[in-house]
Design a protein around this ligand. Sequence first.
Ligand SMILES: C[S@@+](CC[C@H](N)C(=O)[O-])C[C@H]1O[C@@H](n2cnc3c(N)ncnc32)[C@H](O)[C@@H]1O
Length: 225
Amino acid sequence: MSGSKQTIAAEVDPDGRMELIAVGEQAGHGASVDFRRVTLRGISSQPLVRACGDRGRLLDATAGLGGDSWILAAAGFSVTAVERSPLVFRVLSDGVDRAKADSRLLAIASRIELRQANAWDVLQSSSESWATIYLDPMYPPKPGSALAPKPIRLVRDAVGDDLDSSALFLAAVAAKWDRIVVKRPHHAEPLYAEPDVVFKSKLVRYDVYVREGSSLRAFRPKANS
Ligand SMILES: C[S@@+](CC[C@H](N)C(=O)[O-])C[C@H]1O[C@@H](n2cnc3c(N)ncnc32)[C@H](O)[C@@H]1O
């Protein structure tokens, strides 16, 4: 499970947006969600979008501040975005609500359904099936690497490391899906199993597991045991 450091709050910034902020820091210096800033030119060729495959029902099991959910919704996926941290969820849902109030963003925002939940519980539901299950759990920073951007540091301080990400992967394997996509830093091992296909971007890679002919078939009994 993740270990919260309890030093992060969700508060309203001077512009009326919810922000994730270190306790004691000046308002307006945290991380809020503003989807107007996201550049969408050429998104179909982004490795994230290509990795996630055919447009369909996509479960973003680790939504965080929703950057990836937004890109995937803009690319045409119907996204169910699940975030378990109440603090992170408040900031995310504030951003999606503001997008829904903006006529230029409404169409994309309407393709995102938010759920505050442990995705593990969502994956237990036998009545739901997914074209794609997307996982982007926290991973430990590489020693000596550049400081992560502030929003990532704030989310990390709010939720800790996602030490149960392998269990989440196995819950995904046991659910109904056509493909599972896991975002990993280049230096990290695959979350659990060797992927069928890998899409690389400059900073990260996307490990893709596909149902037909997938090496994951061998793991199914283990996942269900
Ligand atoms: C690295 S961040 C995701 C960043 C996100 N992809 C984005 O674009 O902003 C990981 C997030 O997943 C959430 N998370 C991890 N395990 C989860 C689970 N089992 N259920 C729901 N949320 C989870 C964490 O609380 C954290 O906010």
